[in-house]
Design a protein around this ligand. Structure first.
Ligand code: ATP
Ligand code: MG
Length: 648
């Protein structure tokens, strides 16, 4: 940003306090913010109370070698033990996962059953020569064997590196090579919209370029034909057939590595983010319990893929360690029909539902009639993660999914942070549509200017995390220097996540997307989020992305890319109407100079809009890296549409 502050264009006046009944039963009340003022002590308390340690830690934070912080370093534990063994006497028969396959098959797995499967696969991994500290790459769909694999790794102290099961062979090979994995766990194929995505076939191409891989374990799921290499490839069911169902959990140091996970790649080459054991578990357990207000009888459904950090933290480790029943769904949200998710909510009486803004905008585009086909009254709390949520999408979610009665927690965090960082606590904070509200207890965050000075309230600037936290990344795999440069060099002693933020006069945090995306229009810093939200607030618009493209007069000009809702035509009349709408809603300075109507927007495989590619298109540049895109074809289409539509 050239200037130090951000324009404040969008102002949202609606406030939603939780109901008195919700407040009365909530796990966290407003006093928690005071209680956590001594943040180090508060985190220590979380770690001691929530985790079952083999040896309790006596130190909280060790900041001697900052920014290589350590937490609870003299503690010893095992995460698989915390997620499974310690529950067996009390909730062994409770369902850990209601699993739903895309074709309609289902499986309920209790904690006791999960414990047995995990122990068997842990023994299987050992039989393949996997030892503590070895890396196991995982390239799977959303089937029960995926969390089983993760927990089996955790049980024996192997480091898992999950690669999202929609990535190409090249992306998989890059990540295997970077982590030097010894074993790959995959499946014959995964179901996607009634078709088979041939995971094993892709994996074969990857493994050919990965000499470190010694064994490939293959789960049979879709029964498509695969080729098995003798001596290297093994079927999961053969390998599991005679494994013992008990396996002593390895005693791990709190600071031993639990996993590597690559960021989703919105800004370029993915980074191998390293998470450790004790601090990570304390972070995911505390956030899962307090943000989602977890009760014993909740049915918790996080719709993310376990290939992303959201799935690691809130499908696997947080919920299992907290002993909750979760739902896990294998397939696409529109398969076989646009009401699939709502059918599942109704079938399992889901009480807590956590999804992404990109999914909510898709639900809106598909139409209100699909959620209306089912009874969603079991829901009591909703959440979002992944991108800023436009107030319009928030309101739709509130009305059509929450029936106006569920608090919504908009949770800001990153692969790097391991756990939720900025979020409402649903019984303690009145929400505002589009605001992630306040830092989680124990977390320090603020908006700063270019020199790292707090901009105060109200004000806008760079988001900075002002102190270390237990679930933070420890480094980038194999690249300590990049860790220091990327996150700790911009502001002295503060973590720089790369996002912009605005705080309103009550101190609420409004996340504004990546600072790289912020536009400089005639000397004003304008966030893409606010202009996009203004566009999405028009009834004809389903989704919008804006970028600042070079302009000889204003420095940058706003170029908008708009997807219209079903039944609407993107013509010149609508174009004019949208430009006027933005000018009216947030001011003439934010009026897009050009608008291109397009069927879709370029997105990462986790569903995030990739603005840097739209910028390349607008400035008619050679396109940047597209390997992390879910829909690479759309880029060429948009480029053609963009060239055909003239500015005024
Ligand atoms: P890369 O770092 O490789 O470019 P990425 O940042 O998209 O990829 P993730 O770690 O999955 O990978 O995403 C974290 C980012 O997502 C945050 O930095 C932020 O920009 C955005 N984000 C997540 N949750 C929210 C939220 N509730 N509100 C606003 N933005 C969010
Ligand atoms: Mg990122």
């Amino acid at each position: 940003m050239a200037d130090t502050t951000l324009e404040n264009l969008l102002s949202e006046e609606r406030v939603f306090p939780p109901s008195p009944e919700f407040v009365a039963a909530a796990n966290a009340g407003p006093e928690i913010y005071d209680e956590s003022a001594d943040w180090e002590a508060w985190w220590m308390k979380q770690a001691l109370e929530r985790i079952t340690w083999f040896e309790e830690p006596t130190v909280g934070l060790n900041a001697e070698n900052a920014p290589f912080y350590k937490w609870f370093e003299d503690g010893k534990l095992n995460l698989s033990y915390n997620c499974l063994d310690r529950h067996l006497d009390t909730i062994g028969d409770k369902v850990a996962y209601h699993w739903v396959g895309e074709p309609g098959d289902t499986r309920d797995i209790t904690y006791a059953e999960l414990h047995a499967e995990v122990s068997k696969f842990a023994n299987a991994l050992k039989s393949l020569g996997v030892e503590k500290g070895d890396r196991v790459a995982v390239y799977m769909g959303m089937i029960p064997e995926l969390p089983i694999t993760l927990l089996a790794c955790a049980r024996i102290g192997a480091i898992h590196s999950v690669v999202f099961g929609g990535f190409s062979s090249d992306s998989l090979a890059d990540r295997i090579q970077d982590g030097e994995a010894k074993v790959l766990v995959t499946q014959d194929g995964s179901w996607r919209k009634g078709g088979v995505f041939p995971l094993k076939e892709h994996a074969d191409v990857s493994v050919a370029a990965c000499p470190t891989i010694e064994k490939v374990v293959v789960v049979e799921r879709t029964k498509n034909e695969v080729s098995m290499t003798d001596g290297r490839d093994l079927w999961w069911h053969d390998l599991m057939a005679d494994q013992a169902a008990d396996c002593e959990p390895e005693v791990m140091d709190a600071e031993d590595i639990l996993y590597i996970l690559y960021t989703s790649g919105t800004t370029g080459k993915p980074k191998g983010i390293v998470h450790t054991q004790g601090g990570y578990l304390a972070g995911v357990m505390a956030t899962h319990d307090l943000v989602f207000d977890i009760k014993d009888d909740d049915i918790f459904w996080c719709t993310a893929d376990i290939g992303w950090v959201t799935g690691h933290s809130y499908i696997v480790y947080g919920p299992l360690a907290n002993g909750v029943t979760g739902v896990m769904y294998e397939g696409a949200p529109d398969s076989p029909g646009f009401d699939r998710l709502w059918q599942i909510v109704d079938d399992y009486k889901v009480t807590i539902f956590y999804t992404a803004p990109t999914a909510i905008r898709a639900f809106m585009k598909w139409g209100d009639e699909y959620p209306a086909m089912h009874d969603l009254s079991s829901l009591r709390l909703l959440g979002t993660v992944g991108e800023p949520i436009n107030p319009e999408a928030w309101m739709w979610y509130n009305e059509h999914i929450g029936y106006g009665e569920c608090p919504i927690v908009d949770t800001w965090w990153q692969t790097e942070t391991g756990a939720i960082m900025i979020t409402p606590l649903p019984g303690a904070v009145a929400t505002k549509p589009g605001s992630a509200t306040f830092p989680f207890p124990g977390i320090g965050a603020t908006a700063v200017d270019e020199d790292g000075n707090d901009v105060g309230v109200p004000g806008g600037g760079f988001l900075a995390i002002t102190r270390p936290w237990p679930s933070m990344l420890r480094t980038i795999w194999g690249d300590d220097q990049r860790y220091v440069d990327t996150y700790w060099s911009r502001f002295d002693g503060k973590y720089f996540p790369g996002d912009g933020v605005k705080r309103d006069d009550e101190g609420y945090f409004w996340m504004l997307g990546r600072v790289d995306d912020i536009m400089l229009i005639a000397g004003h810093n304008i966030s893409t989020t606010e202009v996009e939200s203004a566009l999405v607030s028009h009834p004809a618009v389903a989704e919008a992305a804006v970028v600042g493209r070079a302009d000889p007069v204003t420095g940058q000009a706003i170029a908008a890319f708009v997807t219209v809702r079903g039944g609407v035509t993107g013509d010149d009349a609508l174009l004019k109407e949208l430009r006027d709408h933005v000018a009216e809603t947030i001011g003439p300075i934010a009026k897009p100079k050009s608008i291109v109507f397009t069927a879709d927007l370029p997105k990462t495989r986790s569903g995030k809009i990739m603005r840097r590619l739209l910028k390349d298109i607008s400035e008619q540049r050679q396109l940047g890296d597209v390997t992390t895109l879910a829909n690479a074809d759309i880029v060429a289409t948009i480029a053609a549409e963009s060239a055909a539509s003239a500015d005024d």
